[in-house]
Design a protein around this ligand. Sequence first.
Ligand code: NAD
Length: 494
Amino acid sequence: MKDGLIATTREAMHFIDGAFTAGSSGRIFDNISPVTGKKIGIVHEGLKPEVDAAVAAARAALTGPWGHMPMAERSALLHAVADEINRRFEDFLEAEILDTGKPRSLAAHVDIPRGAANFKIFADLVKNVPTESFMLETPDGAGALNYGVRKPKGVIAVISPWNLPLLLMTWKVGPALACGNTVIVKPSEETPLTTTLLGEVMNTVGVPKGVFNVVHGFGPDSAGAYLTAHPDVDGITFTGETRTGEIIMQSAAKGLRQVSMECGGKNAGIVFADCDMDKAVAGTMQSVFSNCGQVCLGTERVYVERPVFDAFVARLKAGAEALKLGPSEDPETNLGPLISEEHKRKVLSYYALAKEEGATVITGGGEPDMPDEMKGGAWVQPTILTGLPETARCVKEEIFGPVCHITPFDSEEEVIAMANDTDYGLATALWTEDLTRAHRVARRIDVGLVWVNSWFLRDLRTAFGGAKHSGIGREGGVHGLEFYSELSNVCVKL
Ligand code: NAD
């Protein structure tokens, strides 16, 4: 058997029915480093034949050893998957860094460990989730017992994005497998490597063939579209842009297939004058600039109560200007590049639009001057804007870069209205030392996640997901079982 990445040449292959394959499409595309703009490998593109083969393998595995495996054994295998990811931590780290260009420290603290943890948490969780039972009174007095049984949903298509490739993919694969499903993953075309490596891990620990499959490629007219349209896929779980989610829902409508959607955001950060300013500045720095702003939960709209507005803007400016852009391996780097040249053009077009819309550029607003070897990379300056009306496109649309707009506010009512005046509803961070206010405001923000004096602090047992255009359904904890399992009721007349 060939390795998924063929180590040094970094040829990302499909992983179908327990084996790596180039497939039959004959199509390949380049994997480009966002740090340098240079080619770092090739990726095989899957089309209908590869998707058909992967779906058939997943279907067969459902009725094979995986389908009959006792839960305790399945759970032990998923623990072994996590342990093997951790044993090969450096391989995963290197692969993630190559694909994304993110700082090594970030990937080492977030992407890889959380990616591994996703298998353990759901493997443990499914063993301990009760189902409901009801006694029904009947006219003969004997009664009837109702109880719920959770079964796997079946063959699940996983469509994942590039911003936290391993973490967001395993966030779906972990619960899907824990519930007894089989999966076909279509990772983002920008970040194929860690998903491919996971195929090696599955074989090493002895997950039966066909349980976990990977088909590489793009969305339209490629692996993504073929997979989501496949009639033998029972459910589709997607993380990515809202407009892609809408297209996938149209595919899912045929055959009434269920979808789980984690989509975009235009998240607010709200800084009250009674906040602990050090915490608010540090937290907002993180929520705006982590992962070069490419976090769905990131803050792009900051609202600051007027008495502390100038001080907050000055401190965020100082923080942004102290960020060190550079290669992943440099321990001083805390801001990497964007994912691609295409995304860089999009973010820079928003920087230009902000100026046209009348923004004051507090810092950044363009391209940084990088050393020669990185000039071809997808680098942009961390950027802070002020002065735009709430109707400006830069305040309304998700940019997904290291940028925020800061608006002053005068009252709680006003800021709640501004925070909610968006099509999205993913996350909000509140900064205040007044806990009564924090509870009062938190429940009035129309989002799936509210953080108070923190950001991205995740307890994996809690619900995760977005309101409005940010998504459908909730993942995390027991909530993911709504999507990853089929609940049936057994009624026994006594
Ligand atoms: P994207 O929508 O461009 O792509 C996501 C995935 O969908 C990729 O694998 C892509 O190949 C695939 N795809 C694209 N078109 C498709 C089609 N027609 N049919 C099937 N598959 C298709 O998103 P992205 O640019 O990779 O990721 C960034 C976006 O993801 C941002 O909007 C961000 O907010 C969102 N996101 C949301 C969450 C969340 O949890 N809510 C988390 C991370 C990212």
